[in-house]
Design a protein. Structure first.
Length: 491
């Protein structure tokens, strides 16, 4: 598919003036050398730096629809943007200076919370943390939880089908969405804001838009699934000698706790050491719980999260008993339970500080793969062997959501090699090696971050011709002029 044809220069002024008339002059921002608006033009990892014609911030669905119609009339393409926390370069403009970034963050109202139906309706630009807060204020739980929740929006979460730390119990963003409102590429408004649990009336347009990364329509509002709010949370940090031990511990814990197990995260020793090096204050408190500061970290550390509802809870006793049994069965080397809110938060801070520590460390070759949980140890062993053969001395930063088989498997330059040299000489080979291995084990090359710009070519090279043809046909049907996020996701 080719990019939308660019308009002659003179037409920009007319478009910009029409946009100002629609959304207000202050809601159309033009990047300049003095004020490059990096928050909208540079991605979170600072890998992609675009140049937009303007950043446009409509205040409601009607304004979004009018902006899309105006851009269509002027043949200008649109990059929908929420919090710009995409890790695959999906939410920043290209460098043509001819795309509009349509930022949704002014659509930030919680429209309704329906406790009896366990649902809520929110506008797409609401921050995820605010959605969680509104549910909490109503005594309920919206369980989507990511380290970026203070910056990302619910529209972006749905556009990327975000995962996070509680997928094991509650599912991805897709499973948490009951209905959508969206603006089509032609600027029409589709009202699919239903709160029904059952609705078998033809093709599921909601599920088609979820995970479409802004390439098919612009999500303007969503109806979300809520849960009873747990009355109790308790976490444990557990040391294991091998990944196979972690997988057995997961099985053991699931059998014993069932739905009370909400998260099962793993962190490799070297990954924890990285977090401790860059963010010692936050992370050190939790480390001290697991081991004295001067002793070795376990080869693998599991963060096991649990919750319970109801007035009387046996969670602590059940957790203690299952960890004791696991110890006796040789499934762990040591374990510590959180007994206060402070300890519980410190354990999560340790886990959630890893992406920031990685960012502070510098560029790595990053992957977000998933395989069947039972195959994770095989993946890690085979990937390590192949990588050490390809780039001797490369350093692996591995952590993730073992409960979902999803690993963030990142590769850093050998200590004696400059990062730029490493990336230039080895990046594409490392990607190929890691993706091909994950796929050969029946897995995926993108578990939760999506495709964006970063993985579009690789997706096209690895998925079947049939799947690529279907993706292109759907794009062509809904956005025939390729106005919405061109050059992203669709191979
Ligand atoms: C520290 C950190 C931790 C993270 N942890 C996780 C994690 O655990 N799990 C996970 O899944 N992701 C994670 N992410 C990635 C990121 O936060 C998610 O992809 C998030 O869902 C993106 O939301 P956003 O509002 O920032 O969207 P953006 O980054 O602005 O956009 C993402 C994509 O969605 C499109 N889009 C945005 N809003 C809309 C809309 N309203 N309608 C249509 N398309 C839209 C954009 O065009 C783009 O393609 C993490 C990121 C960071 C920085």
């Amino acid at each position: 598919m080719t990019a939308a044809p660019s308009p002659p220069c003179g037409q920009f002024d007319a478009l910009l003036e029409a946009l100002r008339q629609t959304v207000g002059a202050t809601a159309v921002r033009i990047p300049t050398p003095e004020d490059p608006l990096d928050a909208h033009q540079v991605d979170w990892r600072k890998r992609y730096c675009g140049q937009a014609l303007a950043i446009v911030c409509p205040a409601n669905t009607q304004e979004v629809a009018e902006v899309v119609r105006l851009c269509g009339r002027h043949r200008v393409s649109i990059v929908p943007q929420g919090g710009n926390t995409s890790l695959v370069g999906g939410s920043v403009p290209d460098d043509s200076g001819q795309q509009i970034v349509l930022n949704l963050q002014r659509l930030n109202r919680v429209l309704d919370v329906d406790a009896a139906n366990l649902s809520m309706t929110v506008q797409a630009g609401c921050l995820l943390a605010d959605v969680q807060g509104a549910a909490d204020a109503a005594g309920l739980l919206f369980p989507l939880s990511l380290a970026s929740e203070g910056s990302c929006t619910i529209g972006g979460n749905l556009a990327t089908n975000a995962g996070g730390t509680q997928v094991l119990r509650y599912g991805t963003a897709r499973e948490l969405c009951l209905g959508l409102e969206a603006v089509t590429a032609q600027g029409e408004i589709w009202d699919g804001l239903k709160s029904l649990r059952k609705d078998n009336t033809g093709y599921d347009l909601r599920d088609l838009l979820i995970g479409s990364e802004g390439t098919l329509a612009i999500i303007t509002a969503a109806t979300l699934r809520l849960y009873p709010r747990p009355t109790r949370h308790q976490a444990a940090l557990v040391g294991c000698d091998s990944l196979a031990q972690c997988v057995s511990l997961l099985q053991h814990t699931r059998t014993r706790l069932d739905a009370r197990l909400t998260g099962f995260e793993v962190m490799h020793q070297a990954t924890l050491a990285l977090a401790l090096r860059h963010l010692p204050e936050q992370a050190q408190a939790a480390r001290a719980l697991l081991t004295p500061a001067d002793s070795e970290l376990p080869t693998w550390t599991v963060l096991l999260d649990t919750c319970d509802t109801g007035p009387s809870s046996t969670l602590t006793q059940d957790l203690e008993a299952l960890l004791d049994d696991a110890h006796q069965q040789g499934l762990l080397s040591r374990a510590v339970l959180s007994h206060t809110d402070g300890q519980y938060r410190a354990m999560w801070t340790l886990r959630e500080s890893i992406p920031m520590a990685e960012k502070m460390e510098g560029h790595m070759v990053k992957h977000d793969i998933a395989v069947l949980t039972s195959r994770v140890p095989t993946f890690v062993a085979q990937a390590e062997a192949a990588l050490q053969q390809a780039v001797p001395g490369c350093r692996i930063v591995c952590f993730g959501h073992l409960g979902d088989g999803n690993l963030h498997y990142n590769v850093q330059a050998p200590a004696d090699m400059a990062t730029e040299t490493f990336l230039a000489q080895h990046e594409s080979r490392i990607h190929a090696l890691v993706y091909d291995l994950a796929l050969s084990l029946g897995g995926t090359m993108s578990a939760e971050h999506g495709i964006g710009q970063l993985k579009r070519t690789e997706l096209g090279q690895r998925q079947s011709a049939t799947r690529t043809a279907w993706m292109r046909a759907i794009k062509q049907a809904l956005d025939p002029e390729n106005r919405l996020n061109p050059g992203r996701m669709v191979p």
